[in-house]
Design a protein around this ligand. Structure first.
Ligand code: NOJ
Length: 549
């Protein structure tokens, strides 16, 4: 399983994100599980990716779909057992896939033994010191300790029975740990070893930029309202503080003690590519998601800028760039690209809901071009389950089924992230589309028209999104110019992104609506759409070209 170039495998790996509750349901309870993943892993291996990252599978009250962990060394009965996890790791390795575990170090569940012990203990106790407990403000301490807001809405502080408050940057069921406490640090090193010893090939680190908080807990003032936007403040009291980097240096050393090129990937929504590059400089993370690419509208000038900025910042620290179009936290890119794109320079994961329902035909057309762009860029890439099927955001889920804490905490004003988490359609003509056994009811309803988007339906169809992903990934693996390396931009008209890679490869992406001529000498290797005229690149499409003389 070493990379074809002899460089570490993660420098140009394509990693497939599995969201366990929505991938495949082995026992028919409507929620995906590890047995389901094991049974369907052949689909992922058949796509031609290098690894899977599995979103949290630990015991959890599921207040935030598993990102509220109550025991880091076990599996939630909803998903299976530790033996199932061992079997899954073995099956992944048998199929030639590496397996990345999702680690959640910023907060635990409120049901974690540590937090339960903290609630039972007195203010100032060792148990409370593992979390961020503080006295409140005001004469009787009835006001929260400061004005920080939770990412999911409302105050970031919750009061407990004896009057103290604890910090939760996410839901109240997700109390923040105190990373200044050496006991917390030691515990996470031990958790890393637990999974490394079981064969995990690495970790995706949840909100890697959050762990440390300014102990003075200063008010944020106006900035408090913008907690969801990557901060532009370099001295922010909880996002992207310098102290956090040292923790990852320690983790890097722990992983380096194991054989087999284990890796860490950071989920860090930070101010700019230079700040992100700090996470991937030598001796820290191996890679970090480049969310600016995900947040970039379908516009040639901005895409060019964002790609350049990421490549440059990573190159300065010797790290490979890492591209991503979708994940379980954002509106699926088929839907994002199907809406009118902002014309002014702006990056955003939010889509303008008032812009009406997305044009899904246009969204899929652009998504096909986008994946050829992403897979032609240097470095690694992530594929979120279902994007290989061209799934769209499900925007008409009934209120009663919504589970994302955002829905409740926003006072039912924001629907949250359930629309990108709807269970996958595998086969058959009606729900559950073989997500689970016939007759079972998926935890979120699948749209009836997904009958045409199942893995089964797309498998025999050369024009399908699935066929495009399989073909692009196969060619990416085989082509000596693709994967790790550099790009050279080519002169091109306004709406075109065009770059070359050595030896003999070029990628042209037409982000505009009008067809444009391709270079005369070029031979088309792969195109996102059938080309009526091989010298003409249609609007919203992309091609890979062989440009060897
Ligand atoms: C980022 C995860 O991707 C998201 O799903 C989760 O809600 C937050 N971190 C909190 O853990």
């Amino acid at each position: 399983m070493t990379s074809r170039t002899g460089a570490p495998w993660w420098r140009d790996a394509v990693i497939y994100q599995i969201y366990p509750r929505s991938f495949a349901d082995g026992n028919g309870d409507g929620v995906g599980d590890l047995a389901g993943i094991c049974a369907r892993l052949g689909h992922v291996a058949g796509l031609g990716v290098d690894a899977v990252w599995i979103s949290p599978f630990y015991p959890s009250p599921q207040a935030d779909a598993g990102y509220d962990v109550s025991d880091y060394r076990d599996i939630d009965p909803l998903f299976g057992t530790l033996a199932d996890a061992d079997a899954l790791i073995a099956e992944a390795h048998r199929l030639g896939l590496r397996l990345i575990v999702d680690l959640v170090p910023n907060h635990t569940s409120d049901q974690h033994v540590w937090f339960q012990a903290a609630l039972a203990a007195a203010p100032g106790s060792r148990e409370r010191e593992r979390y961020m407990f503080r006295d409140g403000r005001g004469p009787d301490g009835a006001e929260p300790p400061n004005d920080w807001r939770s990412t999911f809405g409302g105050s970031a502080w919750q009061r407990v029975a004896d009057g103290q408050w604890y910090l939760h940057l996410f839901a109240p069921e997700q109390p923040d740990l105190n990373w200044l406490n050496p006991e917390v640090r030691a515990e996470f090193v031990s958790i890393l070893r637990f999974w490394l010893d079981r064969g995990a090939d690495g970790f995706r680190v949840d909100v890697a930029n959050a762990l440390f908080k300014d102990p003075a807990l200063p008010d944020l003032g106006e900035d408090a309202a913008h907690v969801l936007e990557p901060t532009k403040r370099i001295d922010h009291p909880f996002w992207d503080r310098d102290e956090v980097l040292e923790v990852y240096e320690e983790w890097h050393r722990v992983l380096a003690g194991y054989e087999g090129e284990r890796m860490l990937v950071a989920e860090a929504w930070v101010a700019n590519p230079e700040r992100l590059a700090r996470y991937v400089s030598a001796g820290r993370f191996q890679s970090a998601f480049n969310f600016d690419f995900l947040r970039c509208p379908w516009r040639a000038d901005l895409l060019h800028e964002v790609i350049d900025a990421c490549i440059e910042a990573d190159a300065a620290v010797g790290a490979p760039p890492t591209w991503v179009l979708s994940n379980h936290d954002v509106v699926r890119h088929v839907s994002r690209y199907g809406l009118p794109q902002p014309t002014k320079g702006q990056l955003s994961t939010r889509v303008d809901a008032t812009a009406g329902p997305p044009d899904l035909l246009l969204g899929r057309r652009r998504a096909r071009a986008a994946v050829l762009l992403m897979l032609a860029l240097p470095g690694g890439a992530y594929v979120y389950q279902g994007e290989e099927l061209g799934l769209e955001e499900v925007e008409d889920l009934p209120d009663a089924v919504l589970q994302d804490p955002v829905w409740k905490r926003s006072g039912h004003t924001q629907r949250g992230r359930d629309g990108c988490r709807v269970p996958l359609p595998w086969g058959g003509a009606e729900t559950p589309f073989e997500f689970g056994p016939a007759g079972s009811t998926p935890w979120l309803p699948q749209p009836p028209h997904w009958a045409g988007l199942t893995v089964e339906a797309q498998s025999g169809d050369d024009a399908s999104m699935l066929a495009l992903y399989r073909e692009a990934l196969r060619r990416r693996r085989e082509h000596p110019a693709l994967g790790d390396g550099t790009i050279r931009w080519l002169d091109a008209p306004e709406d075109i992104l065009a770059f070359a890679r050595d030896p003999g490869f070029a990628c042209f992406v037409n982000v505009g609506a009008e067809a444009v001529p391709l270079p005369e000498s070029a031979r088309v290797v792969l195109s996102s759409l059938p080309l009526d005229d091989p010298r003409l690149l249609p609007g919203d499409s992309a091609v890979w070209l062989d440009v060897r003389p």
